[in-house]
Design a protein around this ligand. Sequence first.
Ligand code: CTP
Ligand code: CA
Length: 222
Amino acid sequence: LEASFQPKPLAGRRVLLTAGPTFERIDAVRGITNSSSGKMGFAIARAAWEAGAEVVIVAGETAQATPPGCRRINVLSAQEMLTAVEQEVDDADIFIAVAAVADYYVLNPSEQKIKKDAHILTLELAPNPDILARIATRPQPPFCVGFAAESENLLEYAEAKRKRKHLPLLAANLVQQAMGADDNEVILLDDNGEHRLPRGLKLDVARKLIGHVAQLYVHGKT
Ligand code: CTP
Ligand code: CA
């Protein structure tokens, strides 16, 4: 049994998470997606449960097993993810957006499989809703945590993202280091500045992140 959180800092709290990629349909057999194994999101779900929280995961297509004690809602597209999050969010104290949401969807997906021909095929893409920004700007938002996977200018881009989305906490990492791997290195950004977590297994990083969330949310300090 896990002794990582004793006493349990999130006992009685409800945590809602998004995890994994979204999938935007092009036709009956194809789509656009983001690279995301779902490992980090599911590790955070497990860590939140270990910390005593009631956990709901809204998950895109991923091979991850549902951690013990967590309720899971499977979705495909960003729009479906938003709908599921909006249905669950009123009950949530803490919302953690870990999903790699596709920024665009295909405007007119084809019911039938598109046949190839010799011409150039153009897809029309329209922007998806920003799930995290929508939740964070509600009148009475849950405590919102975002992720920023950047390929360059990590701290600058991540802090700009935190401000733009009105987040009390954001976890930043370099995509080159994290994608698909079992370990990760993240920097937490909050109103008090930067907190570098040591590189480690995603579950260990997740436990430290949840510990930080609990301190900020429950005690209002870092
Ligand atoms: N996010 C979201 N809904 C979206 C896009 C992003 O909920 N449509 C969330 C992600 O889950 C993550 C955070 O917002 O927690 C940042 O996602 P990211 O893709 O890094 O940022 P964007 O705002 O989409 O900006 P860009 O991709 O241009 O860097
Ligand atoms: Ca994005």
